[in-house]
Design a protein. Structure first.
Length: 427
């Protein structure tokens, strides 16, 4: 048993649907008891010390003990091309992304990138990611093996593409089905791994491929299904050309059985009223990728509208379309987009999105994303005065929320004091 002492941040509800003050508390004299891989108790430092005198104490002083960050939409294979200049989505894919994803057909390079990626994200306090791999099944093995070596809970899937991608980066409807099925049977629910069936998006999957993956999903209904939806206006026009009979972009997935709960749609910026209604009815999740949406020039996600419809929302870096591995930076970008929309997001809501909200969007909310008894012990410790600039602001803050907000807006990996993964210290 290990007893972590510090300030604790605990959610008891969803601050996007209820007044945030009713859904979260910061305990300045808090404690988290870890036993093995799980959280055994969360409470006041004095109480837990008395009840568990034999536990090893780790005192973090006034640092903030939070759930580890959950990054709900990433492309780990794009680690080495993050921050590539000057292109919008389709040109960006063709110029930077596809050539790099081709390189990961070499299993050794894929292993190198998977390890590098997880080390970078752990250094940023991210304990779980939901990642696209490449078309190569071995790139899925690489990320799950790297995650297992670090004890991390990871969701991933083989990216399926059978059109509009270069030679060497296309599968077929049948091979996408066969390879995905074999990977599900190898990895899904093994240890902390879970599988997401992963058609990249409608422009790169024929209707036959989407149908094959829809059929696979009905055979393996416990998996997630992840893809992209309505990220850029040009992309939406292309989808309309490719599937002229569809009512809208979402319909191109819906007609193949790909819209239901456990579906996770990245971006979802430019939605029609019908698409929003359908998402709300279906139980599917959407994922906000704010640094990506500004970096690639995609548009402003309408969080207030989606939250009002109770559609589960995750938060994500979208590495490497996004410009940062840091969920702090990602929360800051979400705040900035909220400001441009006239709906500023409170620090509690941002933290919820980066932890419990993302976990909810991935159907992992009974395992991670919250500091509570029985949850897996994935924990990040934040230093709320990690740089001179943040420290001077923090000293002038009226409460911990204001200090936390300064760290969200100005912080980076230096703000991550320590990380615990599955009950093991990795910081
Ligand atoms: N749409 C299809 N593929 C991608 C990708 O790799 N990144 C982003 N941002 N959007 C996509
Ligand atoms: Zn993406």
């Amino acid at each position: 048993q290990t007893l972590l002492l510090g300030q604790t941040l605990r959610f008891t509800g969803n601050p996007l649907s209820d007044p945030w003050e009713d859904t979260v508390r910061i305990d300045s004299d808090g404690a988290v008891l870890i036993e093995g891989a799980h959280i055994k108790a969360v409470g006041r430092a004095g109480d837990l010390r008395k009840a568990h005198p034999q536990a090893t104490v780790k005192d973090y002083g006034d640092r903030l003990i939070c759930p580890g960050f959950v990054d709900a939409h990433v492309h780990y294979p794009q680690t080495a091309i993050i921050a590539s200049w000057g292109k919008r989505l389709i040109d960006w894919l063709n110029t930077y992304t596809f050539p790099e994803e081709m390189r990961l057909s070499d299993p050794e390079y894929a292993r190198d990138i998977a390890g590098r990626y997880l080390d970078l994200t752990l250094a940023n306090g991210t304990t779980t990611v939901c990642s696209f791999a490449t078309i190569a099944p071995t790139s899925v093995d690489a990320i799950f093996e790297a995650a297992a070596a670090r004890g991390q809970r990871v969701v991933a899937g083989k990216t399926c593409m059978d059109r509009n991608a270069p030679d060497g980066l296309r599968d077929t409807a049948q091979s996408a089905y066969d390879d995905s099925k074999a990977l599900i049977d190898r990895w899904h629910d093994k240890g902390r791994a879970s599988y997401a069936i992963t058609p990249r998006f409608t422009p790169t999957s024929t209707p036959e491929q989407l149908a094959a993956l829809g059929a696979l999903w009905s055979e393996r209904p416990g998996c997630l299904m992840q893809t992209h939806l309505s990220e850029q206006v040009d992309e939406i026009a292309w989808v309309k050309d490719l599937v002229p009979h569809a009512r809208d972009y979402l319909d191109t997935y819906e007609e193949h059985g790909l819209v239901r709960d456990r579906a996770v749609f990245g971006h979802a910026i430019h939605l029609t009223p019908r698409e929003i209604d359908r998402l709300a009815d279906s139980g599917a999740s959407v994922v906000h990728c704010p640094t990506s949406n500004t970096f690639i020039g995609s548009g402003l996600f309408d969080m207030a509208q989606i939250a009002a419809r109770r559609i589960p929302i995750g938060l994500a870096t979208d590495t490497g379309g996004g410009s940062s591995f840091s969920m702090l930076r990602t929360m800051a970008a979400a705040y900035e987009i909220g400001q441009l929309r006239g709906t500023p997001t409170h620090a509690a809501q941002l933290m919820w999105l980066a932890t419990a909200g993302s976990a909810r969007s991935l159907h992992l909310h009974d395992k991670i994303g919250t500091l509570a008894e029985g949850y897996e012990a994935d924990i990040s410790i934040l230093d709320l005065a990690s740089t001179p600039a943040i420290k001077q602001r923090s000293e002038n803050a009226k409460n911990t929320w204001a200090q936390l907000f300064a760290t969200i807006m100005m912080g980076d990996d230096r703000a991550i004091s320590d990380v615990w993964v599955n009950g093991v210290r990795r910081g």
